[in-house]
Ligand binder design. Structure first.
Ligand SMILES: Cc1cc2nc3c(=O)[nH]c(=O)nc-3n(C[C@H](O)[C@H](O)[C@H](O)COP(=O)(O)OP(=O)(O)OC[C@H]3O[C@@H](n4cnc5c(N)ncnc54)[C@H](O)[C@@H]3O)c2cc1C
Length: 465
């Protein structure tokens, strides 16, 4: 068996270089690398693992066609801490982009850009940050990680899919929803659907009601699919539109009530007041997002469960919004009659469709489809061997609702016995602890907080060494 990495025990005051592993090269992993390159003052070695060979912005961006639009405004997508206009400045300096977009749009802050444009920006910032650091070595490895063990000396041994092992003093998990998610699947499905016109399906069912489901429907139409589409969703809430106005965050300054029922009333009133005052409910929702973390932390587990059962779908449809033009296109699509939304729960996949219990019914029935594409909302895979390993070794615990791993805002894993020093989980893995940690602005903030901790912990070694 080959063992890479640290050859002798790392001590807080030893002279071993900082050796960091990032597991996952989606947006969270790449963003973590940028934050480390920009924040950690001393030399370090970084190895980034992912069996998917691409280095990109991840799930939302990897398979993006140049026409697909991100759902966040450009002003919210800076990857540079303390420089909220970094992305819009990058756009302004990008000649092909400026030519393609009307110069009349002041500052580009309010616009929505293609996913591929954001991916180019993230990758460029990563390359620039790396070019600035001749004292850092970065290695990309196309191996998946199969296990993580903490050794007696506090170092972490990573088991690689090829059977070898590697040792690190800091490990950052950025595995998103885990490897079970076939990230390229919707795209492959789409190609397969459209390739053979003779056997092209007449009825496609898209399961889910979030951004992925909407993306898939529009991609099918963009690809020339002219058959029937059913969007099958349990709750039936599709993403709401962004307003064409700026929607800067507004929210009442009074303290929020403590009970869920009263919180809902409070939020409804805040949205109505925002509309009355010439802002928009979207501005109030943006304000709510700024308080969501404290609010979530203050709710008892029973109310968190209640929220997930009854309100999560509504909240998601209002926080993950579609650019107004894309939303208008979705509405036209639904009004056209060839695409419809149906409420129901999938009980079973069948060779020629699904077995579905329609909303309001007690029994299921067969729903015929030539093709079914699963775009349901995801939660982190806690049965993933790496995550399961950490849980059984006591290096991680789940959050109160078992939605993901318990983490603090800097991504440190939390356990009953404290925080295993040097072990982080960034992005969607922490969704049960930190609302909205699956979104770009929150991931950016978390990676810089994690990088600051890693930097601070490594500093005494330098002074003592
Ligand atoms: C269609 C869509 C549109 C979106 N639009 C927006 C938007 O407009 N604005 C916004 O803020 N957010 C948006 N998001 C959400 C946001 O972009 C994602 O939540 C975020 O990109 C998550 O990135 P990630 O790196 O954590 O996860 P992923 O992108 O899922 O990457 C995880 C990576 O980890 C790897 N991995 C998993 N297990 C292992 C292992 N054992 N070993 C090694 N590697 C492993 C996987 O191969 C994968 O490459 C969107 C999401 C989707 C799906």
């Amino acid at each position: 068996m080959t063992v890479h990495g640290l050859s002798s025990p790392f001590t807080p005051h030893g002279d071993q270089p900082l050796q960091i592993a990032i597991v996952g090269r989606g947006f969270s992993g790449l963003m973590m690398a940028i934050a480390l390159l920009k924040s950690v003052g001393q030399p370090f070695r970084l190895r980034m693992f992912d069996p998917r060979p691409i280095v990109s912005g991840g799930q939302a961006l990897a398979t993006a066609r140049s026409t697909e639009i991100l759902n966040s405004r450009a002003r919210d997508l800076s990857v540079s801490t303390g420089e909220p206009k970094d992305f819009t400045r990058w756009l302004q300096a990008n000649a092909p982009f400026r030519e393609a977009v009307s110069a009349a749009i002041p500052g580009f802050g309010q616009i929505f850009v293609p996913k591929s444009t954001f991916s180019d920006y993230v990758y460029q910032r990563f390359s620039e940050a790396l070019a600035q650091r001749t004292d850092v070595s970065v290695q990309m490895s196309n191996e998946g990680i199969t296990s993580i063990r903490r050794n007696d000396n506090g170092l972490f041994t990573l088991g690689l899919a090829d059977g070898s092992e590697a040792i690190y003093n800091t490990v950052v998990l950025a595995t998103g929803y885990g490897l079970k998610v076939p990230l390229e699947k919707p795209e492959q499905d789409l190609e397969a659907t459209l390739r053979d016109r003779r056997s092209a399906p007449r009825h496609v069912v898209v399961m889910g009601n979030g951004l992925r489901a909407v993306d898939q429907v529009l991609q099918l139409r963009d690809g020339g699919f002219a058959g029937r589409i059913t969007i099958l969703s349990r709750r039936g809430f599709l993403p709401q539109p962004h307003t064409r106005m700026p929607a800067d965050a507004v929210f009442p300054s009074q303290p929020m009530p403590s009970q869920l029922r009263n919180i809902v009333r409070f939020v409804r009133k805040a949205c109505a007041e925002a509309e009355e005052n010439g802002w928009s409910w979207q501005a109030a929702m943006n304000g709510l997002r700024k308080r969501a973390r404290t609010l979530w932390a203050s709710l008892p587990p029973s109310e968190k469960r209640q929220f997930n059962r009854h309100l999560r779908a509504i909240y998601d449809s209002h926080r993950n919004r579609l650019p107004a033009d894309v939303h208008a296109r979705l509405e036209r699509e639904l009004a056209g009659g060839l695409t419809e939304m149906k409420r129901g729960t999938t009980l079973k996949h069948m060779p020629d469709g699904l077995f579905v219990r329609w909303a309001g019914q007690t029994t299921g029935e067969h729903f015929a489809a030539d093709k079914v594409i699963d775009c349901r909302c995801l939660s982190p895979d806690l049965k993933d061997p790496v995550v399961a390993d950490l849980l059984s070794a006591g290096l991680a615990t789940t959050d109160e609702l078992d939605l993901g791993l318990a983490v603090n805002p800097a991504g440190e894993l939390l356990t009953q016995r404290g925080r295993p020093v040097g072990l982080f989980a960034i992005g969607p893995l922490g969704l049960g602890s930190l609302p909205d940690i699956d979104l770009v602005p929150e991931i950016v903030t978390q990676t810089y907080a994690a990088a600051a901790l890693i930097d601070a912990r490594a500093r005494p070694q330098l002074q003592a060494g």
